[in-house]
Design a protein around this ligand. Sequence first.
Ligand SMILES: Cc1cc2nc3c(=O)[nH]c(=O)nc-3n(C[C@H](O)[C@H](O)[C@H](O)COP(=O)(O)O)c2cc1C
Length: 176
Amino acid sequence: MDNEVLKALRERRSVRAYKPQQITDEELQAVLDAGTYAPTGMGYQDPWIVAVQNPDIIAQLVRMNAAVMGVKSNPYYDAPTIVLVFASRPERWENGVCDGSLVLGNMMIAAHAIGLGACWINREREMFDTDEGKALMKSFGLPDGLMGVGSIALGYAARPLPAAKPRKDKYYRIVK
Ligand SMILES: Cc1cc2nc3c(=O)[nH]c(=O)nc-3n(C[C@H](O)[C@H](O)[C@H](O)COP(=O)(O)O)c2cc1C
């Protein structure tokens, strides 16, 4: 079987080089909306999504993420938009990481489907566990009790997408 959705799922790739040009508000909205339609445990819609396009805050996120990683390079690959996903801490809601991960997945597929590049970028858990991270979450207007789940770098891909690596042998089996 094949259709546009299945094709997008197969052809989406992690983009690690971006054009400096910002995406349009319409494109950003489409990606964020797709994130909000991810399934969530109990239908709670627990995750919180923060799209950052402010250059000063992006520079702060780059610095914080690079510090966790212990590198000097930009962990978001100079993407002009960073979309952060937060969810309730495990003591408050056990499915926070699962819910947030599906939101991130939906947004990456949506980005690809409308011709944008995206890449999951990690380390938001550690970044937003610091005092600086907590202050930043407050400045975003988020409630207490959340943790960082992950983020996506988002923008126009600066290079053609590579082909997917072959899928591992026996990735799935069917038991009838
Ligand atoms: C949980 C998770 C964390 C990831 N963290 C990073 C990251 O911090 N930086 C990065 O460049 N890619 C990151 N990736 C992207 C993976 O490296 C990428 O999905 C994988 O190599 C397969 O490539 P593809 O997405 O092009 O199919 C992450 C992916 C997942 C699912």
